[in-house]
Design a protein around this ligand. Structure first.
Ligand code: DAH
Length: 391
């Protein structure tokens, strides 16, 4: 065990030697502190005011030094010994704490925490070559993004390209150009979140969070002349309090096809094919009349329940996802209303010459059903134990 020697020889060579001995003892003792309790003993042995090694150094080296050597000994103690002792004690403590975290994380199988602890151990300058290497967990697509990619790729195979637009949108694109006139009651269905402080602007310029991906239909038609076939995956917002099936932020996939002679038959054929690609070739589709301001006629499309196979029952139990109907509502669709084309007429969309169909679906609900998740909030809480299931 190291003892602070009395100094008699104050030559530079002698000082260098005692300093080297002290620092090597410090390093050795630090490395042998293996637990919080041992570290405390180590700390107190060096730092204790009463008879700690630093106090002894002060008494035995500094106080006893002849006038001519005081400056040099003082410098050695203050700018080498004390900072090195401080650092050794602090780093050893960090190391022991990180090891404890690592041990706990390993026991609980928390990959991310294991990684963080290993990084901390390495950055505290200690190298334990017996530690397993740092394994970087490979990221995975979020289940909603994965669902959107899969749906988008179904349409890409049909020749559709991907378009996108801003999440903070103007009243014009979100409503007016989609044939929701100012004050029209259809706007009430959208539970819009408005950006504050827009009253000074004309209504069509006021900003809001887009409530659907449909505004990108107009934005794209302004930029590209017909024919077009596009899909638009994106984030949308509505003033819905979060619960197991609602979120103020959610995801949609929109589609638009415009050409000469596009018919409702094209709409049905395209969507029926897409649903078979996505859910499996045995699903059927059913179209029921509906209303959207920007399509005429409009429809809601259902697919036969891919959970119960359309029977409405799962063995003896009722099928909950389809509420025993055998059908699940997937999207809204319809033939593009001529009033919508009027807004982009100058870019080749003369409603007397072109026609088109459009559709829009919610990606979150499809992901819930597809993966059998019963609470939408799980998708947005960022818990790696949940999300890691898609890795
Ligand atoms: N934008 C509609 C909504 O969020 C969904 C929709 C319906 C989109 C019909 C369409 C469509 O493109 O043709 O409620």
């Amino acid at each position: 065990m190291y003892n602070v020697p009395k100094l008699t020889d104050y030559s530079a060579a002698a000082l260098e030697r005692v300093a080297a001995e002290l620092l090597s003892a410090l390093e050795h003792e630090a490395a042998s502190a293996k637990s919080e309790a041992e570290w405390k003993i180590f700390r107190d042995r060096w730092m204790a005011r009463k008879n700690g090694l630093l106090t002894q150094i002060n008494d035995l080296w500094l106080k006893g030094a002849p006038k001519s050597a005081k400056r040099e000994v003082g410098q050695l103690v203050n700018s080498v010994v004390i900072p090195r002792v401080d650092t050794a004690i602090r780093e050893r403590h960090d190391h022991i704490k990180s090891l404890a975290i690592l041990k706990k994380a390993r026991a609980e199988g928390l990959d991310v925490e294991i990684d963080v602890a290993k990084r901390a151990l390495q950055s505290s300058g200690w190298l334990d070559i017996t530690l397993p290497g740092v394994r970087r967990p490979i990221g995975a697509e979020h289940p909603i993004i994965k669902t959107m990619h899969e749906m988008v790729s179904v349409f890409q195979k049909l020749g559709y390209s991907v378009a996108d637009g801003p999440v903070v949108e103007t009243d014009y694109y979100n409503f007016e150009s989609l044939n929701f006139p100012p004050n029209h009651p259809a706007r009430d269905t959208q539970d819009t979140l408005f950006i504050a402080g827009q009253q000074g602007k004309p209504q069509w310029e006021r900003l809001l969070l887009r409530t659907h991906t449909s505004p990108v239909q107009i934005r794209t038609m302004e930029k590209m002349r017909p024919p077009i076939r596009i899909v638009i995956p994106g984030t949308v917002h509505r003033n819905d309090p979060p619960d197991a099936s609602h979120s103020p932020m959610f995801h949609q996939i929109e589609g638009l096809a415009v050409d000469t002679n596009i018919t409702f038959g094209d709409l049905k054929g395209t969507l029926d094919h897409a649903m078979k690609e996505f859910f499996g070739s045995s699903v059927k589709t059913s179209f029921r009349p509906s209303f959207f301001p920007f399509t005429e006629p409009s429809a809601e499309m259902f697919v036969s329940c891919f959970i119960c196979g359309g029977s409405g029952r799962r063995g003896a139990d009722p099928c909950r996802p389809c509420k025993q109907t055998g059908w699940i509502e997937i999207l809204g669709c319809g033939m593009v209303d001529p009033n919508v084309f009027e807004f982009v007429k100058d870019n080749g969309y003369d409603p007397r010459k072109v026609s088109g169909f459009a559709f829009g679906m919610g990606a979150d609900r499809i992901a819930l059903l597809k993966y059998g998740v019963d609470d939408l909030q799980l998708f947005f809480q960022g818990d790696v134990r949940f999300l890691g299931q898609w890795a």
